[in-house]
Design a protein around this ligand. Sequence first.
Ligand SMILES: NC(=O)c1ccc[n+]([C@@H]2O[C@H](COP(=O)([O-])OP(=O)(O)OC[C@H]3O[C@@H](n4cnc5c(N)ncnc54)[C@H](OP(=O)(O)O)[C@@H]3O)[C@@H](O)[C@H]2O)c1
Length: 221
Amino acid sequence: MAITADGKIATANRRVSTFGSARDLEHLYGLRATADAILCGARTVELNRTTLGAGGEKFQRLRARRGLAKNALRLVVSGSGSISPKAHIFTTHFAPLIVLTTKRAAKAKLCRLAKLADLVCVGGRTRVDWPSVLRWLRGHFNVRRLLVEGGGELNGELFRLGLVDELHLTVCPKIAGGRNAPTIADGEGALTLAEAGRFELKRMKRAGDEMFLVYRRKPDA
Ligand SMILES: NC(=O)c1ccc[n+]([C@@H]2O[C@H](COP(=O)([O-])OP(=O)(O)OC[C@H]3O[C@@H](n4cnc5c(N)ncnc54)[C@H](OP(=O)(O)O)[C@@H]3O)[C@@H](O)[C@H]2O)c1
């Protein structure tokens, strides 16, 4: 995730979320080149022209050297099935695209999604049940490393469930402000420090005015 120096992942109206440098984009592609699958929330996919692609031949060669498919498996979560059919990602077909949804999605929406994606996976009553999804991805697609690219609501739930092993943060020299601007972990959040996710700083690197940080979940957390 790229954050502003005041910890926001987008402006308060959610329209602007690309504020990292070209180096940060390379860094993102580098991370994608380590992943079996990539996951995004519905709002992120609607608001951006993201394709979740590898980022070009250089990164595809890197993937090949690591024994990975040319492109990662692409996953989008929309529990209500209300993701816009006009999202740019649905116009791209270079790699399988799976929409994860729930039983609360109306039949008409599921039918519409089935025409847009390769597979629609319905699980959980109102929210996607992440532990089951991770087991399913491992069992059916041999997914061992899943890269989650936000947004805040999706991340927040994964942090709360203790399912995040590693956090890659790029701190960018901007101040977005705005009490409603999203952060890397939104949703309900922890109410006590004991419930807060515990991480340790594993690596940090300054490049220009950006800081690249890697946190790992504390082994006992
Ligand atoms: N700076 C960065 O690095 C970065 C990266 C990514 C995104 N962003 C920005 O973050 C903002 C979007 O973040 P966001 O928090 O508003 O939205 P989000 O996390 O992208 O998407 C939230 C939606 O995903 C679905 N969802 C998430 N978790 C679910 C679960 N467990 N079960 C069922 N459905 C689930 C729901 O879709 P339905 O409502 O359809 O059910 C929910 O409304 C955008 O501005 C985006 O550009 C910034």
